[in-house]
Design a protein around this ligand. Sequence first.
Ligand code: XIL
Length: 360
Amino acid sequence: MKKLLLLPFLAALLILAACKQEPEPEPEPKPEPQDERLYTPSATLKSKATFPVGVAIQSGRIALNAYDQVIRGEFSSLTAEYEMKQNIVHSSPNTYNWGPADAIVNYGLAQGMRVHGHALVWHNAIPNWLSSFSGTNAEFDSLMKYYIKDFVGRYKGKVASWDVVNEAFEDGSGAWRNTLFRQRMGADYVAKCFQWAHEADPDAKLFYNDYGAEYDAPKRAAIVAMIADLQARGVPIHGFGFQMHISYEGPSLNTLTQAVNALKATGLLIHFSELDIRANPDNDLADLSVARAQAQEAKYKEIAALHKSLPAAQQFGITLWGLKDDDSWLLNFWGNPEWALLFDRNFKHKIAHRGMMEGL
Ligand code: XIL
């Protein structure tokens, strides 16, 4: 009798033991918290834009699959970030170093992209041997003439457009920058360079490129006056490049619109030639915050829409100055953490890309 009474008790114990052995159910894997600074696009820049969208690149990167995929997927125009500057190309008096330039031009053409040449004459890319050139002014002049003719001639029919002269004016005053070129070739050196480039490739679109016209009124006025003078004398100039190294803080849309209107009035092609938008100009961030990424997104949208608002015949396009945040020249230039471009270091689309898409 006693045994019988114990049975239910033993059964319960057994059940309990069995339950105990059952492994705890695995907790559901938590979904990765969504990074609000990134997004998944449903289209590409080049498919949305009605004008070319470009990127500045380095020859060593185009061979890397990850770069190649994004570049060919998103962009329709290409600029060499530094390998088509004089210090690289004209490496010694009697040598041209065409290797990296060839690689970039050939890559661009193979993808059916427009290739923009940057920059023939820039005071910040003078080869050492040229800085210390001891020949006469006439010899300097002739050296520049053959450099420009050889360079533009080599890529005739391949490079569609050139920044012939880059940054010829001082900040604030709009005075001529007293460059080696101006000292050696005279006050009319810009006209000469455009003329030589035109003779080497009459079909190439020739640009004057500068920073600061976006917000610096005296500099902008000097640029507009130079363009008017060149045009009045029949010098072949076809475009103006606003570099557009700006920040989420400014210049304001109002200021930018004024600037673009002033250059639009020249009738030239307008290129936003080196766009990047700093998210950390005051160095108050150690990592890109969501709020700052959103402010940057809004600015990218503004810039794309501003270009789009130009007459179609003057829209030369927008070129980003680098592909992904950690490649940007700004990191070295300012020495701050910075995330100025459309892709993060892992090639992921930032919401800045969404902003740009919305403005296009
Ligand atoms: C910068 C490049 O990004 C760097 O890699 C290079 O070392 C220096 O030049 N204005 C221009 C560009 O016209 O050529 C500059 O590019 C950025 C400022």
